[in-house]
Design a protein around this ligand. Structure first.
Ligand code: SPD
Length: 357
């Protein structure tokens, strides 16, 4: 009898532990392997229908998690304990992750749709030969504004944000490089500035902007601008395009001093559990029709030449989102400034944030 009780107890304990393990793995840290892949992407950055379609077409299950800054994404992956199969960092983050040995090389033979990508977006300095990354979307940083709420006011320069009439009107995207970046741009300095005096000057200038800042926000910036709860926002271009689709009073401008040109690419973290599945997902996202549908949904600019052929002419000829060569001349790509300098940018950003009323 005692043997039977012991056997029963052992089965009970083992089953309980198994349930705990499965729950833990399925929870939030990206469980993949077998027939599952885990994708780690920016918020509001994919048409959810495409995830369903990928699952239907491949029979795989997608676990999908989001982040709101490169810094948050890199910290999470670096801390370990995550098993993301695909992540979507921006250029300077890709360079840093590569340097730190956090990425696997992508196998181009498993991504035949790479041929759909326009050559302008391949072989860029942050990843020569696209050994570790494959283009997803690209864009700029600029000012979205609502002339209807601002008596027809227009924006041409970053310095227009300091206008006293804009008290408590401005929303800022919550990103250290973006905010310190436009502070630097407003002073005609480089977005990759490392000179301490210039960086301090930019931070002080941003502190002086505080009375005009209504809030520093994440993806909710779109809802606030669309609902006309704020009249000005510093945003990524595709979010502006999405807002303008919802509210035709809005306009977007890349200021004359210049701004940031950024590239978000898909990568496979070293800790991936389903490398085969990751390649399948990347290849799927590069299909012309899929990329066109995704572009139409999220509003960002696509690097996919074949997808562009399927998009309405008014989308791809809109120079606010597909900038002309003259405008592109004034844009600058973030460089990987090294661990210490990136941490310094973050510190300056925190100091600026601490001056909130
Ligand atoms: N809501 C999706 C935002 C994605 C924007 N990525 C921009 C990265 C700029 N460094």
């Amino acid at each position: 009898m005692r043997k039977l009780v012991n056997a029963f107890l052992a089965i009970f304990v083992i089953s309980f532990l198994l349930i705990l393990l499965v729950n833990y793995l399925n929870k939030s840290e990206g469980y993949s392997g077998g027939n599952t892949i885990t994708v780690y992407n920016w918020g509001d950055y994919i048409d959810p229908e495409l995830l369903d379609r990928f699952e239907e077409e491949t029979g795989m299950k997608v676990i999908y998690e989001t982040f709101d800054s490169n810094e948050a994404m890199m910290t999470k992956i670096q801390q370990g304990g995550t098993f993301y199969d695909v992540a979507v960092p921006s250029e300077y983050a890709i360079e840093k992750m590569k340097e730190e040995g956090q990425l696997l090389k992508v196998d181009h033979s498993k991504i035949p749709n790479l041929k759909n990508i326009d050559e302008r977006f391949l072989d860029l300095p942050f990843d020569p030969g696209n050994e570790y990354s494959v283009p997803y979307f690209w864009g700029t940083v600029g000012i979205v504004y609502n002339p209807k709420l601002l008596d027809g006011m227009e924006f041409h320069s970053w310095n227009d944000l300091w206008n006293e009439e804009l008290k408590n009107e401005i929303l800022l995207v919550d990103g250290a490089r973006e905010v310190i970046g436009f502070g630097l741009n407003s002073l005609h300095y480089s977005l990759n500035e490392t000179d301490n005096d210039k960086l301090q000057e930019a931070k002080e200038k941003l502190v002086a902007l505080q009375p005009n800042i209504k809030a520093i926000v994440g993806d909710e910036i779109k809802m606030l601008m669309v609902n006309e709860e704020a009249s000005v926002g510093v945003v990524w271009s595709g979010d502006a395009a999405d807002m303008m689709w919802e509210n035709e009073n809005l306009d977007y401008v890349v200021p004359e001093e210049g701004s940031n040109l950024w590239f978000d690419n898909m990568v496979i973290p070293k800790t991936a559990k389903n490398v085969e599945g990751a390649h399948k997902f990347i290849n799927f996202m590069l299909d012309a029709e899929v990329a066109a549908q995704n572009t139409d949904y999220v509003g960002y600019s696509t690097p996919n030449r074949e997808a562009m052929k399927l998009l309405p002419e008014e989308t791809i000829s809109d120079e606010r989102f597909y900038p002309s060569p003259e405008l592109t001349e004034r844009l600058e790509v973030y460089e990987n400034l090294g661990k210490k300098m990136l941490a310094y940018y973050n510190d300056l950003y925190l100091e600026f944030k601490m001056h909130r009323k």
